[in-house]
Design a protein around this ligand. Structure first.
Ligand code: FME
Ligand code: ZN
Ligand code: ZN
Length: 420
């Protein structure tokens, strides 16, 4: 176990934080791991200096659709002085066994757990029927456009004939694991108010600030309605629309701050909105145009990013978790076999690279085996307990055994399993 943990620490110690991730160092590390496991590896730079590492364990029947284990190598930035342990030391707190590092939950844990599970399977002389691929992709944290998006839309991906993708999920503070079948779509909205400028002492209608504040009040009412449903236990976090104000920009700068007796003629606010694929996105867009940024109140709006909840086939982008998707019951059974508990299928509240694979029509399941763990992704003092990490490797071992041996019968069931 010491060497397993030490490999995890080595990966965590590579500083792949934005805005200048050390991707080459991470790539070298992954490739060295692949060599030690006799996996085929190739490095693909869809964009220069943004390597994607693709590993392959060829199955006995390579004509069957393959399994893709995806993880991203980048992490979000840190404010190091706000951490109790340096974020790229990956120190283990020996009192409780927690490993502190940026990426310990999101998601260097998962990338290495895949590899460690393969190491155990190889040691046990397991031979997969299906080919298993692993992709270590750049840039997830900044949208994945130069990573997973280009990969999922490449010929390389088509040739891989992927039948199922595993990608990241979230930690669970409870004793069960969480499985994600979809994710909310980001709409990054900037609303702009204009109005009549004037003396700071004058009360009059149609100032930019007043116009913007009316919108903010309206956004806040909507936000509260969504949050209340979660608080009342009527909806899960991923099932409501989230909207959070992320910036406010207004005022006339002066050498000492802002001019205090001038009402500005423009005011802007930015919102991070996330829409579940089960919501009515068109009606939200109408609300934005009519209530949050109405032209009648001298307002305009712009999307910095807007992802549609619908795929090319006009249907919401989600992975089935009913009997039409045999992988879902396989993963649930495999987790239970490894003595893990599972909660009900969820919608991931933020975005991951899984959406690019789902958009191609390939089922993708979001899963990070972290139970009994506070959710600390993107937070200070991100950590994962070493026992939880080791347990996760056993869970992946069980999943890979099941996925790699699965043969689909006529009714979507596995004839091999039926025999057993
Ligand atoms: C929408 S592109 C940004 C992706 C990012 N992913 C993880 O946090 C997120 O903000 O959800
Ligand atoms: Zn992530
Ligand atoms: Zn993240």
């Amino acid at each position: 176990n010491d060497s397993i943990l030490s490999r995890f620490q080595q990966y965590l110690q590579i500083d792949t934080a934005h805005p200048s991730p050390n991707y080459h160092k991470a790539a070298d590390f992954i490739i060295s791991q692949a060599k030690s496991l006799s996996l085929e590896s190739r490095t693909i730079e869809f964009v220069k200096n943004k390597p994607l590492i693709l590993l392959k364990w060829t199955g006995k029947n390579p004509d069957l659709p393959s399994i893709l284990l995806n993880s991203h190598t980048d992490v979000v930035p840190v404010e190091p002085h706000k951490w109790s342990h340096p974020p790229f030391d990956a120190a283990i707190d020996h009192e409780n066994g927690n490993i502190y590092a940026r990426g310990s939950q999101d998601m260097k844990c998962v990338g290495l757990q895949y590899l460690e599970a393969i190491r155990k399977l190889k040691d046990a002389k397991f031979e997969p029927l299906r080919t298993i691929y692993l992709s270590f992709v750049p840039d997830e944290e900044i949208g994945g456009h130069d990573g997973a998006e280009k990969f999922a839309n490449s010929e390389i991906f088509d040739e891989m004939n992927v039948g199922i993708v595993l990608d990241e999920g979230l930690a669970s503070p409870e004793d069960y694991y969480r499985l994600f079948y979809a994710e909310r779509c980001p709409m990054w909205l900037v609303i702009k108010a204009t109005g009549a400028p004037g003396h700071g002492a004058k009360l009059y209608d149609n100032t930019a600030m007043e116009n913007l504040l009316k919108s903010i009040e309206s956004v806040r009412r909507f936000r509260a309605s969504q949050l209340d449903m979660v608080k009342a236990g009527l909806k899960e976090e991923g099932e409501v629309v989230s909207v959070n104000m992320v910036f406010l920009k207004a005022g006339t700068p002066s050498p000492t701050g802002f001019v205090m007796n001038l009402q500005p003629s423009e005011a802007h606010a930015g919102f991070d909105i996330r829409v579940p694929p089960i919501a009515d996105q068109a009606s939200l867009e109408r609300r934005i145009a009519e209530e949050w940024a109405p032209a009648s109140r001298n307002m305009t709006f712009e999307y910095k990013q807007k992802v549609s909840v619908y795929g090319a086939n006009g249907k919401p982008i989600l992975t089935a978790y009913d009997s039409s998707n045999p992988w879902w019951s396989l993963i649930e059974e495999a987790i239970v076999k490894a003595k893990g508990k599972i909660g009900k299928p969820e919608i991931f509240p933020a975005s991951t690279d899984a959406r690019y694979f789902r958009m191609k029509g390939v089922p993708a399941i979001g899963f990070s085996p972290m139970a009994n763990t506070p959710i600390l992704l993107h937070d200070h003092n991100e950590f994962l307990n070493k026992e939880e990490y080791l347990k996760g490797i056993e869970v992946y071992e069980s999943i890979l055994k099941s996925f790699a041996s699965f043969v689909e019968g006529k009714n979507g069931k596995d004839p091999l399993r039926d025999e057993l």
